[in-house]
Design a protein around this ligand. Sequence first.
Ligand code: R1P
Ligand code: URA
Length: 256
Amino acid sequence: MIDLQAHIRLSKEDAAKYAILPGDPGRIDHIKTFLTESKELAYNREMRSVSGYYKGLKVLAVSTGMGGASTGIAVEELHNIGVKYMIRIGSCGGLDPRMKFGDLLIVNGAVRDEGASKAYIDSIYPAIPDTELLISVLEAANECKVPFFIGKARSHDSFYIDNEEEISKYWSGKGIMGSDMETAALFTIGALRGVKTASILNTVVEYEGNLAEEINGYVDGEASMKLGEKNEILLALEAFVKEENKINNKRRGYYE
Ligand SMILES: O=P(O)(O)O[C@H]1O[C@H](CO)[C@@H](O)[C@H]1O
Ligand SMILES: O=c1cc[nH]c(=O)[nH]1
């Protein structure tokens, strides 16, 4: 019997150990340019999936849609079919004034200011990436000479609430570097399910910039943000190759 998952519309036969997770289904087209033998698998609601090979390693690319609730469903269903490693390649708003268009934020922890992760576990539970996968992402960035920031993000559910500016200022003042909508749910639900996760975010809104105008710039293909997107895809795929080599050479940590 084929155990077709209800939303991603994939079964164990489609699985790979590694999955790269953009929010936007359109970003899958960009990921495909990095892969050989790419194959469209399913496209249901906001969840579009492709399989392919990067340097001989089989990977899946699956879009999560926007927000923690949708991401949680994708994480659960990918886990059900056997995916073990997931790296989000997303876009974010900069909360640190140094972050300019196309700059990458490699996330080392996320404020759980969204509902999905709280539905699973009390908000004192930390939203952090898998340490060794994070190290592989950092190694990949150094080797590929891709500049990056590393720091905390805030994941939120709202976009246009009246006091958004005030909230952004508050978290910026606490040293949080970027805001997105999915990282906290990915880290929390992934950890609870034993999935190794990481998140790389491409700055598409600068701190105190015009949210709608700048996101429109990203959608219209503005060059610096496209480069950021290319770099985050590269780092995620290179990190998977590193993980696979570490596993094969028994160099991964004690909890592997
Ligand atoms: O570009 P993605 O990965 O969707 O990420 C960001 O963009 C969307 C909002 O514009 C939210 O999903 C946010 O987290
Ligand atoms: O503030 C922002 C900007 C982009 N994407 C988000 O999720 N939040």
